[in-house]
Design a protein around this ligand. Structure first.
Ligand code: ATP
Ligand code: MG
Length: 412
């Protein structure tokens, strides 16, 4: 394996080796390289203890990221590098965290605690590839397989169950049979995992290239992580799976595709339960609420008024995903239609079409001058705005005042 490392990474390895400590890049970056992908970060592991590392890098900026677990961040030429001492995890009692960690000077031991074979490789220019569990072969054949006995590994840390699904979705690799069986069998241990960690893994799963296939294969695991039985048991589930795949790779839109058949408030409950950011909860909740809003060129200005520009663009996209999922042969048409609608919305905005109260040619004072008071003022302005977006009244002062006068007379 020829793996050209970025200069600061190579430099860090060389410095550790020159001080007498074995050092490798490890985990995700070795996997990504084996898969022909560009790694996004480089984790380093070494026989050096944290105090050794501080000595080796005493002239550099060092951040004590996780001393207890043997992790330091060293900034070399402006590049932050996480360097961790080879370690073995002690016993796991809570299904997530080892009770203790034990440092070791053997890289194979460090690799043996890692989750999947494809993630359990280390490489150094001086020492070559360390691959005791067949990670390179599993990269080549495309399979997610636990290091060691899957039941034991999932029992130690149930988060690995969702990590298996996430990597399967992202890389498009099936999960090896024994690993898959253990993932299903261990799914009820997911209740030991923090909601935030579950949320992060599920979002990662949903954003994967093969999210639909992963969801279709593991509805039982999904339901052990989030209460979605009504969705996965519904006859519409195959459509949901396709809708997720068709949705753009955006967290809010992918969650919307998954929760589409719920009510907005049920969708919000699910996401709140996962402690998702308020913004995401609100986006998904309001898109699910609006899923059946008919969007046509004639009523786009009204839709703009009801949803605002950002949400309307998202809804156009979400509805197109739904249409494409229901009728895959119409996918191109649905996308074309969505593009046309979005363009029409942009045009309305460019042309300064009126869709907010601020843009209305009359205001609260005008309503007060007509004798309206209190809440009646807001109600009257909203009624006028609705007339304008529906094209029933022009957004001009005189026209609006006479419409308001007429409405006031009618309501007396
Ligand atoms: P990504 O590209 O998503 O960052 P990654 O492989 O770098 O992928 P990380 O979550 O950053 O994944 O973890 C780094 C490495 O640490 C993994 O490659 C794996 O070797 C190990 N690892 C992470 N989480 C676990 C876990 N829960 N159990 C065992 N090993 C783990
Ligand atoms: Mg990583």
């Amino acid at each position: 394996m020829k793996f050209v490392l970025p200069q600061p990474v190579a430099e860090a390895l060389t410095r550790l080796e020159e001080a007498g400590f074995a050092a490798y890049v490890v985990g995700g970056c070795v996997r990504d390289h084996a898969l022909g992908m560009t790694p996004h970060d480089f984790d380093i592991c070494t026989a050096a203890l944290p105090e050794d590392m501080e000595r080796v890098f005493q002239k550099e900026r060092v951040i004590e990221t996780g001393m207890r677990h043997g992790t330091l961040t060293v900034v070399l030429d402006g590049m932050p590098l996480e360097i961790t001492t080879f370690r073995l995890d002690g016993e796991y009692l809570d299904g997530r965290h080892p009770v203790s960690v034990q440092f070791t000077d053997r890289v194979e031991e460090d690799l043996s605690r890692r989750d999947f074979t494809i993630n359990a490789m280390a490489y150094s220019p001086a020492r070559g590839l360390q691959d005791p569990f067949g990670g390179q072969a599993d990269c080549a054949s495309g399979i997610i397989r636990c290091v060691g006995a899957p039941e034991k590994r999932f029992h130690e840390d149930a988060l690995r169950i969702l990590r298996a699904l996430r990597f399967s979705s992202r890389l498009g690799f099936p999960i090896e049979e024994n690993t898959a069986r253990a993932a299903r069998g261990g799914r009820f241990m997911l209740d030991k995992i923090s909601r935030e960690r579950i949320a992060a893994e599920l979002t990662g799963l949903l954003l994967g290239e093969r999210a639909g296939a992963t969801l279709a294969a593991f509805p039982d695991v999904l339901c052990a992580a989030v209460p979605l039985q009504t969705v996965t048991d519904a006859p519409e589930w195959p459509v949901t799976v396709k809708r997720v795949d068709t949705a753009p790779r955006d967290d809010a839109l992918r969650w919307t595709a998954l929760l589409w058949d719920l009510t907005g408030s049920a969708a919000r409950e699910i996401l709140k339960g996962l402690k998702m950011p308020t913004r995401l909860i609100e986006t998904v909740g309001s898109l699910v609420d609006a899923r059946s809003m008919p969007l046509r060129h004639e009523n786009l200005q009204e839709a703009l008024m009801r949803l605002g520009a950002d949400r309307l663009y998202q809804l156009i996209s979400a509805q197109a995903s739904d249409q494409a999922a229901r009728r895959p042969e119409m996918q191109a048409d649905a996308q074309e239609h969505a593009r046309a609608l979005a363009k029409a919305v942009s045009r309305l905005i460019e042309e300064n079409a009126c869709y907010t109260l601020n843009q209305l040619a009359v205001g609260g004072r005008d309503m007060a001058a007509l004798g309206l008071r209190g809440q009646a003022i807001g109600a009257a302005l909203n009624a006028l705005l609705l007339r304008v977006v529906r094209g029933e009244t022009a957004n001009e002062r005189d026209a609006l005042l006479s419409a308001a006068r007429e409405a006031a007379l009618n309501s007396q």
